[in-house]
Design a protein around this ligand. Structure first.
Ligand code: ZN
Length: 437
């Protein structure tokens, strides 16, 4: 597909105005050359961000295609402004071998809507005891650099140490789901006032914080790279602040839902609010927003976790953990971080594109709009708003906690490798069908 596009009148994330001429997948200049035949895209009301990069996505394929597929998640990603997502390995089979990560990579290339970077499991079958084929996954066609047992914590400190040491060979990173399993047996929600009122088993903040504290000490000891997935507590923020002040090589993420929602929502008993790690308190939400603004928490990641209706439309205790995130992420960040003046758009671009691309060592993502770069970018109107409708999502699942909410920021186009994925119905056919319904 060798079409030319001229994006006219847009405002880049740093506030400057720049026209972009895109040809053969790349940004080749800032003017529309005579006789270019370029399709002109009016971006005069739009902000242009480098394409969003999600470091934490559950695509569910292989094995759980009733929840999501690589194709449907890629569509949801494009609709949400993403040009790259990262496939968490808790699939069936688990992505703990070169064969499975290469399969996921291939599915992503076939979908062709955004980059799909497979994340490899740290331990075999996520069982926490024996390291997976980390080296083979790193050397495979998928060139895996991020490893995680997400959904499970690598709780054995000796195993965690070995994994951190192993990934140093190829500049990899261990992304930890920080949750002490012994402190969270049968936990259902945040441990606090609300959990005692509801009589649901609580999930104490210390279960997360104790692992973060241990891991920053471990990574300092072996001089490797640690990434803390979905930080949810004010105390966790303080430990990461302490580690960074000491020069420890740690990065951290926060999800959009933990920047907005609190454990009070559990009083509805609606399992759409059941998520791992759990929604915390107002005080935590405040601390997380401040930490993201300050850069103590480096990035936003969605933890997009699709589940079929039968896993969510049931009793709280039986329901699966997780929420959709891809299609609403940028709007939730606009609401919680930009409208509150905690971040400007450049701050959003750093935390939701450039820094996650750097952490994952993802090529051709998180760009600076320079001539010669791959054209991976997102156009959106910050003044427009939309209403979330779970029946109109591109995802195969409908478990969004934001259903019915009016949110700021409407994405008008996502360019992946120079191709407008939303405009191009051959790439994202369902979006157009669904938009009409
Ligand atoms: Zn997780």
């Amino acid at each position: 597909m060798s079409r030319n596009y001229f994006i006219s009148g847009g405002t880049l994330d740093d506030g400057s105005k720049k026209d972009l001429y895109i040809s053969e997948g790349k940004i080749v200049g800032y003017q529309n050359p005579a006789n270019s035949g370029a399709q002109v895209i009016d971006a005069s009301q739009k902000i242009i961000l480098p394409g969003l990069v999600d470091l934490h996505t559950h695509l569910r394929e292989p094995g759980k295609e009733d929840s999501e597929t690589v194709l449907s998640a890629s569509r949801a990603g494009a609709k949400g402004g993403f040009t790259a997502v990262s496939a968490m390995p808790n699939t069936s089979p688990v992505a703990d071998t070169a064969g499975v990560v290469e399969q996921v990579l291939r599915l992503g290339v076939e979908a062709g809507i955004c980059d799909v970077f497979p994340i490899g499991a740290v331990t075999r079958n996520l069982d926490g005891t024996e390291l997976s084929e980390i080296g083979a996954m790193a050397d495979s066609a998928a060139r895996v650099r991020v490893f995680s047992d997400d959904g499970h914590c690598v709780s054995d400190p000796a195993v965690m140490r070995k994994a951190l040491e192993y990934v140093k060979k190829f500049d990899g990173v261990i992304a930890q789901h920080a949750q002490d399993p012994d402190l969270t047996v049968n936990a259902q929600m945040n441990e606090g006032v609300v959990s005692s009122v509801l009589g649901l088993k609580g999930w104490p903040a210390v279960a997360e914080e104790a692992i973060i504290a241990r891991d920053v000490l471990l990574v300092d000891h072996v001089q490797s790279r640690l990434h803390v997935c979905h930080v949810t507590t004010a105390g966790g923020v303080e430990i990461i602040r302490w580690a960074k002040a000491r020069g420890i090589n740690v990065t951290a993420e926060v999800t959009p839902h933990h920047l907005l929602l609190t454990d009070e929502l559990a009083t509805s008993y609606d399992p759409v609010y059941k998520v791992n790690p759990p929604l915390r308190t107002e005080k935590d939400v405040h601390a997380l927003r401040e930490a993201l603004a300050e850069g103590i928490i480096d990035i936003v990641a969605t933890d997009h976790a699709p589940h079929p209706a039968e896993s969510k439309e049931c009793e709280w205790q039986e329901a699966a953990f997780g929420m959709l995130g891809l299609e609403t992420a940028l709007s939730i960040i606009a609401l919680t971080m930009v409208e509150t003046k905690l971040l400007d758009w450049q701050g959003v671009a750093e935390r939701f594109s450039r820094t996650p691309a750097r952490i994952g060592r993802y090529p051709h993502q998180g760009g600076q709009f320079k001539v010669g770069e791959m054209a991976n970018l997102t156009l959106f109107d910050p003044r427009a708003s939309w209403r979330v409708d779970r029946d109109l999502v591109a995802s195969r699942s409908r478990n969004t906690p934001f259903h019915g909410m009016e949110l700021p920021g409407v994405i008008s186009e996502t360019f992946f490798k120079g191709v407008p994925t939303l405009l191009n119905s051959a790439l994202v056919p369902q979006l157009h069908v669904e938009d009409k319904s």
